[in-house]
Design a protein around this ligand. Structure first.
Ligand SMILES: [Fe+2]
Ligand SMILES: [Fe+2]
Length: 225
C-alpha cells in the first residue's frame, strides 16, 4: 500500500473552503484504522520540506568534505563530490525545482497568490541552474588538475550551497505560508502527489547506483520526512 493510498488522498475532504479559507471540520477519518490522519496540505508541505532536509544533508556533507580538504585532513574525494553533483542535478534541479515550478508555483500563479514571491522563486531557480553549470565546469577542470591548490570549485560550491540554503529558507518562511493561505485543498492533493518520496535518487526506493559514494557517507533509508 502506498503512502498516498494509505492517506486516501483521492477521497480526502477539503481541508479548507476555497472561498473563505476557513477550516472545514472533518468528522470521519477516511482511514479509521490508521493513526494520525493528515490533511493534503500537511502531506504536501511535509514532502516539500522533506526534500529540503535531504538536500541540506547533502550540502552539509559537501561542506564537511570541503573543510576537511582545506584543513589538509584528507585528499579530495572526487567520486564523492561527483556523486553530490549528480544528486543536485537529478534531484534538486531535475525533480524538486521542476515540480515546484509545474505544480506549486503554477498553482500559486493561477490562484492569484503574490506574483512577486512566485517571480522571486523562479528567479532563484534560474540562478541555481546557471550557477550549477559553472560548478560542473569547475569540477571538470579540477579533475583534470587534481593537484591544483585552492581550486575555484570549492569557492563556487560554497556559494552555491549558501544560495540554495537561502532559497530553502525563503520558501519555508515566506513562500509556503503564502501558498497555505492561498491554495485550496484540491491543489494540495495534486502537489502532495507530485512530491512523492520515491523519486529521490538517494533516499528513495530505487537509489541511483552512481550515488553509492554519497549513500555510504549519509547512510541508507534515513530520508527526512
Ligand atoms: Fe525552489
Ligand atoms: Fe524547494
Amino acid at each position: 500500500m502506498t503512502y498516498d493510498h494509505a492517506l486516501n488522498l483521492d477521497n480526502w475532504p477539503s481541508a479548507r473552503s476555497p472561498g473563505t479559507g476557513q477550516a472545514v471540520p472533518v468528522v470521519t477519518p477516511p482511514n479509521p484504522g490508521l493513526a494520525a490522519p493528515a490533511f493534503p496540505v500537511e502531506v504536501a508541505v511535509q514532502r516539500i520540506c522533506g526534500h529540503h532536509r535531504n538536500l541540506a544533508r547533502v550540502f552539509a556533507a559537501q561542506q564537511g568534505h570541503a573543510e576537511a580538504i582545506a584543513a589538509g585532513a584528507c585528499p579530495p574525494d572526487f567520486p564523492l563530490m561527483a556523486a553530490i553533483l549528480r544528486y543536485i542535478e537529478l534531484h534538486l534541479l531535475g525533480n524538486h525545482h521542476r515540480v515546484e515550478e509545474s505544480c506549486l508555483l503554477a498553482a500559486m500563479r493561477e490562484r492569484g497568490a503574490s506574483g512577486q514571491l512566485v517571480d522571486t522563486a523562479l528567479g532563484a531557480h534560474n540562478q541555481s541552474a546557471r550557477k550549477f553549470a559553472a560548478l560542473q565546469s569547475a569540477f571538470g577542470a579540477w579533475r583534470q588538475q587534481p593537484d591544483l591548490s585552492n581550486p575555484p570549485f570549492l569557492e563556487l560550491a560554497a556559494d552555491y550551497r549558501e544560495c540554495e540554503l537561502g532559497h530553502i529558507a525563503f520558501e519555508e518562511d515566506v513562500l509556503l505560508p503564502c501558498a497555505v493561505e492561498t491554495l485550496p485543498a484540491s491543489d494540495w492533493v495534486a502537489i502532495a502527489k507530485a512530491f512523492r518520496d520515491e523519486d529521490d535518487p538517494l533516499f528513495g526506493s530505487s537509489p541511483d547506483p552512481q550515488l553509492i559514494p554519497l549513500h555510504h557517507v549519509l547512510g541508507a533509508g534515513t530520508a527526512a520526512n
